[in-house]
Design a protein around this ligand. Sequence first.
Ligand code: ATP
Length: 237
Amino acid sequence: MTYLEVSDLRAGYGDGQVLHGIDLSVEQGEICAILGPNGAGKTTLLRALCGTIRAKGTVRLDGTALPRRRPEAVARMGVAHVPEGRGTFSPLTVEENLRVGAYLRRDRAGVAADVDRVYGYFPVLEERRAQAAGSLSGGEQQMVALGRALMARPRVILLDEPSLGLAPLVTRELFQIVRTINEQEQTTVILVEQNAHLTLEFAHRAHVLEVGRIALSGPADEIRADEQVARTYLGIG
Ligand code: ATP
């Protein structure tokens, strides 16, 4: 059985439909890249998955349908969303931001252990634990956003354009940590990105979205190796 199964997902804003029937299968422990140009609907897809916008169609996680339009219920099922623009709380300290990610949990000892677990992945955050998140660099803020998602011990992380505004080296470092988390915790990752070239290095499979439809799917290394595909769909090569 496919771990995350999206069938005929349609979604939009007001009268405007953005997603015109998305079918997507994601295996457990996979890093799944969603690529595509500006405005293709990548962010909208993540919003529809995590229940912050209305959607039709079905999404099943490990055989259970995700509730619609109830983001907290989706979060309780183990789906963590790291939105575009990170969504960190600037005046709160790094550690306070991490603890916000554990708001659904009551096990204090477990939460404390998970703060340390997050610092294990991001040592620089431990150094800055008492600093306001808003005073950090863009890359560090993205680490806080990811760390906050990890505090919920998610089964699936939805990561929306983490490279936005980051230098290529910082993005590479961040993707490396995402891969380490994926390998150590078998967390499934859905990674939305415009930076196709780098993303294809780190993802297992990739899907290219074009005007609200999946135009192409395949193993990331095959898509990367196919120059014509890379040129036609991704503007690289
Ligand atoms: P980008 O990388 O530019 O964010 P994207 O592939 O993530 O691109 P979306 O952000 O999902 O694309 O946008 C798809 C379409 O939905 C666009 O036409 C956009 O203008 C529209 N859209 C996005 N958010 C909203 C909103 N809150 N209200 C109305 N329309 C929206």
